[in-house]
Design a protein around this ligand. Structure first.
Ligand code: SF4
Length: 362
């Protein structure tokens, strides 16, 4: 390591005895960072303990710090290393709204890190509904707003362990006995008509799925009918002098409006960075990055004419609509967002030509 590593930007991977990836890191001073691990106090320091488990360390250099960050985030995503759980990136701090698995999906508020670890598995992913909406900084307003949204659309909010019986299945196999159908769900949400009752076969799969689709449309800013309905109810409650009910409706409306405000911020952050980013690399190894929907969708070495031409073509495609972040993209979106916010990182350009010009102008 002393002989081979250089003090340039890059990433490193620590592997255990069985080749499993324990940790992925990045540094702008690769050699210094790698050697620093051997001076950490053991067993007090977590990384010193990690080093004891490490059987091999690999590293690769990159052309710039941005390239190192991008490589690091993609390696972490690919390997989910055990020691990166408390990574410098604050995935633990962020919250997202996801659609749960199961016959009758439900909207959930989850930690981003948890959602990413359970990504692309199960029913919701199979149906392409595993899109995460977010990230958000606090949980409480989300939970409150989703409660209102669930009530407005008749969606369930009970635990995943509650068994569901869709009406279609009951009709299809009418000789099958469903004990659950003989009773009410003993759930106040069904009794008060705030849930369509997929647990007692009171709703068909199509009808329920339509409501889930509507919920997604609300979260994606394409449907404000729940807000409009609350406004209408509030006006009629006021007109009939039911001020207590009007106040209750006003609080529910406020919860949805707060959610919409947060969603707008999310949409802005996803859609803001769209363009071509030029990065001057070390030793003249300059790169172009196509940033769309808040993440890097393509890159090209400036000296590679074919790759640059492909990137130019891709940059002319219509903009990505910001509807949410796929689970495996969230960490990269956060990284790009932080990079452009926290660093004197330059800016995105509207075209490849402008981006290349910015490199020659520096
Ligand atoms: S009515 Fe049934 S499905 Fe709906 S929230 Fe209650 S228990 Fe869950």
């Amino acid at each position: 390591m002393r002989a081979g590593a250089r003090n340039v930007p890059g990433v490193y991977i620590m592997r255990g005895a069985h080749g499993d990836v324990l940790y992925v890191g990045k540094s702008t001073q690769l050699r210094t960072r790698l050697l620093s691990y051997f001076r950490l106090p053991w067993p007090a320091h977590r990384h010193a303990r990690m080093l004891r488990e490490t059987a091999s360390i690999e590293w690769e250099t990159t052309s710039s710090e941005f390239a190192a960050l991008l490589r690091e985030v993609r390696l972490i995503r690919a390997h989910l290393p055990r020691y990166n759980v408390r990574s410098a990136r604050p995935l633990e701090k962020w919250w997202v709204i996801t659609v749960s698995d199961g016959l009758a999906p439900r909207l959930k508020v989850q930690r981003a890190s948890v959602a990413i670890r359970s990504r692309t598995t199960g029913y919701a992913a199979a149906l392409g509904r595993a899109t995460m909406i977010g990230p958000f900084t606090s949980r409480a307003p989300l939970v409150q707003a989703l409660r209102v949204l669930n009530d407005a659309l008749g969606l369930r909010d009970c635990a995943d362990t509650v068994r569901m019986f869709m009406r279609d299945a009951v009709e299809l196999f009418d000789d099958v006995q469903y004990p659950a159908l003989a009773r009410t769900p003993a759930c106040h949400r069904y009794e008060t008509r705030r849930c369509l009752g997929p647990c007692v076969g009171a709703v068909g799969a199509f009808e329920y799925d339509t409501q889930v689709t509507r919920a997604r449309a609300v979260l994606e800013g394409r449907d404000d009918s729940p807000q409009q309905a609350l406004l209408k109810d509030m006006a009629s409650a006021s007109a009939s002098l039911s001020y207590e009910r009007a106040g209750w409706l006003r609080d529910r409306l406020a919860a949805l409006q707060e959610l919409e405000l947060q969603l707008q911020r999310v949409r802005e952050s996803i859609s803001r960075p769209d363009g071509v980013y030029a990065v001057r690399g070390r030793d003249g190894d300059d790169w172009l990055y196509l940033v769309r929907g808040g993440r890097v969708t393509m890159d090209a070495r400036c000296t590679d004419l074919g790759a640059v031409t492909m990137l130019q073509r891709a940059s002319g495609a219509p903009p990505v609509s910001a509807v949410g972040i796929a689970p495996d993209q969230l960490d990269e979106v956060l990284m790009v967002e932080q990079w452009f916010r926290a660093n004197n990182a330059g800016r995105l350009h509207g075209s490849v030509v402008d981006a290349l010009r910015s490199l020659t102008a520096e």
